[in-house]
Write a protein that binds this ligand. Structure first.
Ligand SMILES: NC(=O)c1ccc[n+]([C@@H]2O[C@H](COP(=O)([O-])OP(=O)(O)OC[C@H]3O[C@@H](n4cnc5c(N)ncnc54)[C@H](O)[C@@H]3O)[C@@H](O)[C@H]2O)c1
Length: 244
């Protein structure tokens, strides 16, 4: 048991999750680096002085096992960041291989819900904690052939609002962060292709795709006492892309 805040970040072995985990660790919090990739999670946890937990959010048994390990270690979770997510592929609504949709819904929607159940129940019992879900501006703005991903992120925005209203009586806040495109391994192919990058950046009033450290501070803020009256919201961080 530690006096530090205990923070669980899913998908923390890479990209945005790693950056968020790093921001909390640098803030003095104890971070559980939860990821399907156990080796990569170990490397990040070691660097941060946190603890790795192998967790496949799409597998309820894996989530349960990982949650038990977390509670056994720390006795509580103060902050849950549901960050793990995937883009399953590309395809128009009429042509998409439905397996791509099924996989994205299983990981992004069911996964977020399953982790929220496993950790949120204990938060409710303690009447303490806060939850942040990572969605995407794609939940509100369509990009052709990305519908499966956007539908999954819109569902997480809805889950965030329902979580917020249901858990408010327990003093638990739930919010979302909705980034525009961010430089991570998920977007590597887009970012490395100068034409594709330029086309995307032309959609962004501030002119550039975000770096992870332009997103992570928002998670620290939403989890802090400074955000004590903020619940059920989705904070857009997109360089103004939704304005166009
Ligand atoms: N990169 C962007 O442009 C962007 C924009 C908006 C939102 N997001 C969202 O941010 C989050 C992080 O994305 P990223 O860009 O850092 O991606 P990433 O691919 O770099 O990292 C995702 C991490 O999640 C882990 N993961 C994947 N499936 C998992 C599962 N079933 N269980 C547990 N862990 C799993 C991966 O191992 C990886 O470490 C995602 O939810 C993504 O949808 C990303």
């Amino acid at each position: 048991m530690t006096d530090k805040r205990c923070v669980v970040v899913t998908g923390a072995a890479s990209g945005l999750g790693k950056s968020i985990a790093t921001a909390f660790a640098q803030n003095g919090d104890f971070v559980f680096v939860a990821d399907i990739d156990g080796d990569a999670a170990h490397a990040v946890a070691e660097a941060l002085g946190g603890r790795a937990v192998q967790m496949d959010i799409a597998d309820a048994a894996s989530v349960q096992e990982a949650a038990s390990a977390i509670f056994e270690h720390s006795g509580r979770v103060d902050v849950l960041i549901n960050n793990a997510g995937i883009v399953g592929g590309r395809g128009s609504v009429v042509d998409l291989d439905l397996e791509v949709l099924r996989r994205a819904l299983t990981v992004n929607v069911l996964g977020t819900w399953t982790v929220t159940q496993a950790i949120g129940r204990k938060m409710q019992a303690r009447k303490a904690g806060t939850i942040i879900n990572i969605t995407s501006i794609g939940a509100r703005q369509p990009t052709p052939e990305m519908g499966h991903y956007e539908a999954s992120k819109a569902a997480i925005e809805a889950i965030t609002r329902t979580t917020a209203i249901e858990m408010a009586p327990f003093g638990i806040r739930a919010n979302a962060i909705a980034p525009g495109p961010v430089v991570t391994p998920m977007t590597q192919r887009l970012v490395e292709n100068p034409d594709a990058r330029a086309a995307w950046e032309a959609r962004i009033p501030l002119g550039t795709i975000a770096e992870v450290d332009q997103i992570a501070p928002a998670a620290l803020f939403l989890a802090s006492a400074a955000a004590s009256h903020i619940t059920g919201t989705s904070l857009t961080i997109d360089g103004g892309q939704l304005l166009k």
